[in-house]
Design a protein around this ligand. Structure first.
Ligand code: PBG
Length: 332
């Protein structure tokens, strides 16, 4: 649709910007607490809240503290949280068996949150990197990240999360065929209502650096993830991946990272009209926090502006470490 504009002075576009009241009337997009998913890092122990140094303000929490965080999120009106386990090198193995252990950090946290904070939706992460001795999202055989064998493990991981009570399964691994395989296992296991939010267009990005510290993967990771995550130069490929995952049964799709990939968000939403999410990843968070702490930017305003940009691009929601801070601002 081409905008129609009269000629000056009939058209003075500044008229629509003259006061807060008028600006409010013509505002095209809104950011609400309901758009937010808060990623939380879960670790072992009891009563533990350990700061992540490369992500100021972000903690690794033991299960009891994770429950408290979920309570806080629900009270702020945040509809969903996303759980990521922190695992030390001693908790990682070559067979990645921790990933589908019903007693792993994620699954214990899911059960505890479900009983204490039943109203919040719980999203999980499906990928082997947090349990893998070498930090990769899949099994490594003779230097290759093998696809089909990894998908079998991801299915077990997803089913264990669904059995623990997860509402939204988030495969972030970028293997081929995993959405269809997970969907069919969930259906056969009676988990008809468990949703899948596919990290469908996930790029091999340097913006994940602080996250890999947060989950303990930095020390473990050998090599890079370029044989499974996308080339930052590509755009059409993102549409093919999204279409493929929707066809396999993804309920929602994600573009990741966020702000540097808004063009992808917009194309995805316009092309498919499916529920579309973006992940404002750890590196994006760290950059804004660092500039804020140096007094170089107004952190609160930049936070809100960056999240509004996702809404303008067409996203239905955003995974962001800023979620509780932003919720407090929006609730004021
Ligand atoms: C791994 C995973 C990553 C993130 C979410 N899930 C990192 C990676 O792919 O190496 C990154 C999130 C962030 O940077 O905030 N399966």
């Amino acid at each position: 649709m081409k905008p129609t504009v009269a000629s000056f002075p009939a058209a003075r576009l500044r008229r629509a910007r003259q006061s807060p009241a008028v600006r409010g009337l013509v505002r095209e997009n809104t950011l609400s607490v309901e758009d937010l998913i808060w990623p939380i890092f879960v670790r072992s122990g009891d009563g533990v809240e350990e700061p992540v140094s490369s992500m100021p303000g972000v903690m690794r929490r033991s299960v009891d503290k994770t429950v408290e965080a979920a309570r806080e999120a629900a009270d702020l009106g945040i509809p969903a949280i996303c759980l990521f386990p922190y695992t030390g090198l001693d908790e990682r193995t070559a067979d990645c068996a921790g990933a589908w252990n019903p007693e792993n950090h994620t699954n214990r946290a899911i059960r505890a949150i479900k009983s204490a904070v039943p109203e919040i939706a719980i999203m999980t992460d499906v990928a082997l990197d947090t349990y893998n001795i070498n930090g990769h999202d899949g099994f490594v055989v003779n230097g290759e990240i093998v696809n089909d064998q990894t998908v079998e493990a991801l299915v077990k991981m997803a089913v264990a999360q669904a059995e623990a009570g997860a509402d939204i399964i988030g495969p972030s691994d970028m293997m081929d065929g995993r959405i269809g395989a997970i969907r069919s296992a969930l259906e056969h296991g009676g988990h008809h209502n468990v949703m899948i939010l596919s990290y469908a267009a996930k790029y091999a990005s340097a913006f994940y650096g602080p996250f890999r510290d947060a989950v303990g993967a930095s020390a473990a990771l050998i090599g890079d993830k370029k044989t499974y995550q996308m080339d930052p130069a590509n755009s059409n490929e993102a549409l093919r991946l999204i279409e493929r995952d929707l066809t396999e049964g993804a309920d929602m799709v994600m573009v990741k990272p966020g702000l540097p990939y808004l063009d992808i968000c917009q194309r995805v939403k316009e092309t498919f009209g499916a529920p579309t999410f973006a992940y404002q990843v750890s590196g994006e968070y760290a950059m804004i926090r660092a500039a804020q702490h140096n007094g170089w930017i107004d952190g609160d305003r930049v936070m809100l502006e960056s999240l509004m940009a996702f809404k303008r691009a067409g996203c239905d929601g955003i995974l962001t470490y800023f979620a509780p801070d932003v919720a407090r601002m929006l609730n004021r």
